[in-house]
Design a protein around this ligand. Sequence first.
Ligand code: XUL
Ligand code: CO
Length: 436
Amino acid sequence: MTGFPNVQKIAFEGPDSKNPLVFRHYDENEVVEGKTMKDHLRFSVAYWHTMRGTGSDPFGPGTMLRPWEGADTVDNACNRVRVFFEFCEKLSAGFYCFHDRDVAPEGGNLAETNRNLDQVVRVLKEEQKRTGVKLLWGTANLFSNPRYVHGAATSCNADAFAHAAAQVKKALEVTKELGGAGYVFWGGREGYQNLWNTDMKREVDHLAAFMHMAVDYARRIGFTGQFYFEPKPKEPTKHQYDFDSAACINFLRAYDLADHVKMNIETNHATLAGHTVEHELDYAGSQGFLGSVDANTGDLLLGWDTDQFPTDVYLTTKIMLIIMKYGGLTTGGLNFDAKVRRESIEPIDLFHAHVGGMDTFAKGLKIAAAIRADGELAAWVKDRYASWDAGIGAEIESGKHDFASLEKYMLAQGDVRANQSGRQEAFENLVNRYVF
Ligand code: XUL
Ligand code: CO
């Protein structure tokens, strides 16, 4: 069955259009800084939210009207895949992402579960071929099933580790089969609630051993996609080991995984960590670990991972500025790890949500490009660091000094030369000149 019989392919009509289901800014063929918008933004739809989100919350069950849904069978899973690709096609989204358990139901044991997955993967492959929509990354759900109550790679139960290993092995095979450009590790329950009952060092060592096994297996089967680690500070556990970019990058370096894994940064995870997403992106980028983005947003007044669609052009401008600063997305993309809210119950809301997110990013891209083309913001920043471009600053940067020589310099000078204003408000006003 078709999922969206009343929706045509979403057209670009330009900023003056009043039609709610068209792009006003996202013209996939428009060239910005020598690259099409499509190639800059590499939009991806998240299978778990878009196809499996029910609208349930801790206070009540699902609310979503999804006429194509039926029993939790392989047949229905295959039909759901067809509806999903109809959605991606009508939206002109070039990519999608999934967890193994989003696409196919679990069977009575691992062998049966793998057979279910294989059947659905055949349809995913057919639909990829039919539509040209590609797999941005695959991943394994190592957190929903009660066997992972204590975590997966970091569980106190070695059998849970072994089951997770078998699951990721299969997920890697499937991701390769589907030509996936990447594979994500998000540590679902890799963390702890209570340090009294937890051997943290042993758990973190196990997580590293697990990721090495994944990297080794990928090499063995010839999977050449990019691995990503996705930081999140809490939820579901109180202390997730993949807290933020800095913690993840430290982990990757400490355990010799830095050559194999980059970061997948999610906006709402950044804010849960007490950061902004631009902080997380800039930190990852500056360390050479910027890989992909889970594009969503949180809610200022709600303290949890609400995974809403981004509608704030400041947010998307900041994200695009940092992505462009580090040379743009290559293997990664902007994956809408975002869900319609519980009250948005009709299938058409999925279009409103994605179209809004895509348009907001397209506008953010254009504003970021204008900021970069003018160069004024960059010049102001450069000017702020002028003391490092000549004299003592340039000498320090080129390694010509030590504590003794700097003491001699300062004793001669007496004190620092006058500081200048950080001009925070002026910087904000400058950015506003491009935003409105
Ligand atoms: C959870 C989350 C995940 C990962 C993939 O907060 O973001 O969906 O993106 O497992
Ligand atoms: Co995510």
